[in-house]
Design a protein around this ligand. Sequence first.
Ligand SMILES: [Zn+2]
Length: 302
Amino acid sequence: MNLEHYILFWICIIGLCLGSFFNVVILRSLSDESIIFPPSKCPKCGNKLYWWHNIPLLSYAALRGKCYFCKEKISIQYPIIELLTMLSFGVSFLKFGVDWKTLFVIFWLSGFIIMTTTDLKAKLVDCNIAIAIGVTGVLYNFIHTGMDGFVSSILGLTAGAVILEVIARLGYVFAGTRAMGEADTYVAGALGAMFGIQNVLPVLLYGLIASMIFIVPMFLYNQYKNGNKLTCILSVLFILAGLVYCKLWMNYWMMGLLILLGILLSISILKNIKQEENRNYLPYVPALALGALYFIFFSVNF
Ligand SMILES: [Zn+2]
């Protein structure tokens, strides 16, 4: 085992343990959740857990995802967060090596893991985490490129927050309500602070593209849940026809079919909008987090 493997091993172990801790943080911020499993006792039977019930990943595997005493299911969130934190730590080290940059990235990814989970589970985001990411973002840029980095980071923070806030408030014009939550503004500001003014637009754009990964399936799910099966089927057909048209078979017949399906889909969506009561919730914080993730690991500008 050489030194790098040795450090990688311990960073992964620390990631697992911190992931376990993040589960507790997430649990606390969503304290009215019932299905999840507090680290000290089982929520169903109230039995106190043994020490070996709290080992990251291993306990979940050993108990086969069920309470040792009453066999109540343990939320899959536990091993997923532990694994995700471990992976983030390990991959950050492999990418940036023994460097303070690794520490900053690990800190930011940890924050995003917590915010993404609470947003997806309960539409709740602790803005203090975004503020902490923003402050360390400014610090990182100051260490990295001195005064220039500091100024770029502060400008980026302002621009990110302002852009998102403007988009959010446009919601009042079109729908009579904010288009996004307040947390999205804080997170966009944090992204600006991390990547600087010159990268604000690209990283927000990555976030927008990533949001499609969430928005399309959620839209379909909501349509299905509200009993709008026709919209659901038309959407799938429209996406398939679009893919066929772009990738294999670009002719007028296909284009005609695509347009026809598009018109039918639009009519079906417009008909449903009128009767829809609960507005669809779109998780932008996870999307922005994916944008940041992409930028950290795949952009030449970071
Ligand atoms: Zn139990």
